[in-house]
Design a protein around this ligand. Sequence first.
Ligand code: ZN
Length: 343
Amino acid sequence: MGGLQQYIASLPKTEIHLHIEACVGSKSYHELMDKHEIPHDEKTMALTDFSKIGSLTSMIESFFFVQSFFREPEDFLHVVKDVIAYAERNNIYYIEAFASPSMVLNRGLISFEEMFSTLVSGFDEAEKSTGIDVRLLVDVSRSFGKQNAMTNLEHTLGFLKTHPSRRILGIGLGGQEIGHPCREYNEVFARARKAGLHVVAHAGEEVGPESIWEAIDLLKAERVGHGTSAIQDEKLMKRLAKGRIPLEICPTSNVITRKYVPELAKHPIRRFFDEGLMVTVNTDDPVLFSVELNEEYERVATQIGFSRDEIVTLVKNNLMSTFLSDSEKKARWKQVQKAIGRA
Ligand SMILES: [Zn+2]
């Protein structure tokens, strides 16, 4: 086992489905709780006991609660620090991650501009000292309705006008999938695409294949977050394979939220991979689900039966599914091959 663990740890990786707020470790949020005098009462204890998370709804509840600890712009530097530490622990050199402004703006203490300028400059500094490149997708969110999502898009476009940065890639659609179908966000996505932003969407995590069809046909999502319910629809699997539309699979998350994956050994990633779909491996919410990216790969190898060569293919799929240019991908892959002695 040691051999496999070491091998996976030695692979330089990318991650394309990660929520930055869910990388914040207990040390940081305890510091924030002390700073803002947030009481250690029953509610706090319950919502920060992440081992109790057993559904997407309870995960989102804890996710929002932890976000309520961010009350001043510089609090987001804890996020930057913990995301970089997570990347270092897992040998990750490049991340495309979601940042979720909805709860922050709804509380009214920090503006979009303050939140994102802190994150962008924080990640700029971190890249200079560590070489780790973190790009952001603004989660416009489906939990608060269409108007809120449109407002988040408007903030994003306004921010990019005054703070042009390669660090902000576009928008994503996260939050409660049940009751908030992709089609309601058609206008938001059309406008984002027209403005030249990249667009991705969570779909098929808690709702059937129809959600994935809407994400790719209506929203024209360039990648699908999770997409596990595609296993129920042969035609959809063919379409995803043919279009090389990446699925951002998060194995542990999919088991904990339980909807389409009863246990890891039965994860559809095996079938998706064998059918030629562009599958990638990610953690989603590492602190909430208590999982590291290295562990996800170990589980995919030991519990779902991926060989070492297949693991390398997954690592390559992740890089090829990023929004880096073709020449950057090529250059990065060369470096990876060198690092694993296959160049
Ligand atoms: Zn997610």
